[in-house]
Write a protein that binds this ligand. Structure first.
Ligand code: SAM
Length: 292
């Protein structure tokens, strides 16, 4: 039985009366090299464990089970459980738990299933939850690495060096707390049903400390969001929409240029260090304004 063989996939799913759900982002892999390469790249080994999101019919689960000491897969769709009972019958180190990854306490799940072990997260993510799922995996603090397949364009944006114009508020959020690596492309014809876009696999390795130090993390992300919510505006004008009641345009101009930035710069051109310096300057100015 080949879990990536299209004839076998159709036979198994047909036998269980399974129908693909578009709304659950169900596009299953049909090329064995893909789950093999994801499992080989995610960092898991015989001493560590894997937490998988969305096993589908289990091709990545099996590839992970061949390398990891233990694999737990979180699947939202109950109709896949009888399929997985069949396809994972020969993999005793795997377990499937029912759940929505966005509503699961991932840290508690890892502590319960893998006490004291190093855990790697791995997934061919459904497109409709790409950003919140990545955020949930990273924010849980439960993983030594997060290796996920996402839409190719999104992978490019997440890994784009901050300040190059391709970055986004989300890529800053990621690169603030993790090293982001673009691993390899996966063309759309590697899936059934075939999606309209190509995919790519990325690996996020959480940093021991945030990439830059800031006095006020909440303010840091407020500034980043202000800048990218209106990314066609200059940074000063975009910040004016959020901080305009507390800081005048002249003050904002002074703060931006005081960080060595051009007054007409857009937020997409700032590096993480630029954002950190600006955050500390804005923090001090807000403090001064509230003391006055
Ligand atoms: N891993 C399989 C593969 O590569 O062939 C399937 C990947 S498919 C893109 C996404 C999987 O995630 C499906 O099995 C789907 O049912 C599951 N899924 C969708 N939303 C989910 C959620 N919120 N939580 C957990 N699993 C979810």
């Amino acid at each position: 039985m080949g879990l990536c063989d299209i004839q076998d996939i159709k036979a198994i799913l047909g036998r269980h009366g399974f129908h693909f759900s578009k709304s659950l982002g169900q596009n299953f892999l049909t090329e064995q090299w893909v789950p093999d390469q994801i499992a080989a790249s995610c960092g898991v080994d015989a001493d560590s464990c894997a937490l998988e999101v969305g096993p589908g019919m289990g091709c990545l689960t099996v590839a992970l089970s061949e390398r990891a000491s233990q694999v737990v897969s979180v699947e939202i769709d109950r109709t896949l459980f009888p399929v997985l009972a069949e396809t994972l019958a020969d993999c005793p180190n795997t377990e499937v738990v029912e759940g929505d990854v966005l509503k699961t306490d991932l840290k508690a799940l890892c502590e319960e299933k893998f006490p004291g072990k190093t855990v790697y997260a791995c997934a061919n993510l459904p497109y409709y939850i790409t950003s919140p799922a990545i955020a949930a995996l990273l924010d849980s603090g439960a993983f030594a690495g997060v290796t996920v397949m996402v839409q190719k364009e999104v992978a490019g944006r997440i890994c784009a060096p901050v300040g190059t114009g391709d970055s986004s508020a989300f890529s800053i959020y990621i690169q603030y707390r993790a090293k982001a690596e673009y691993l390899f492309d996966v063309p759309r014809d590697c899936f059934v049903p075939q999606p309209k876009v190509d995919s790519a696999v990325i690996r996020l390795t959480p940093l021991p400390e945030p990439a830059v130090q800031v006095q006020d993390e909440k303010l840091f992300f407020e500034i980043v969001h202000a800048a990218f919510n209106q990314r066609r505006k200059t940074l000063i004008n975009a910040m004016g929409s959020v901080f305009g009641k507390r800081l005048s345009k002249e003050q904002l101009t002074e703060l931006v240029t005081g960080c060595g930035l051009d007054a007409r710069v857009r937020g997409e051109r700032l590096t993480l260090s630029n954002y950190a310096a600006l955050t500390d300057a804005v923090s001090a100015a807000l403090q001064k304004a509230s003391d006055a």
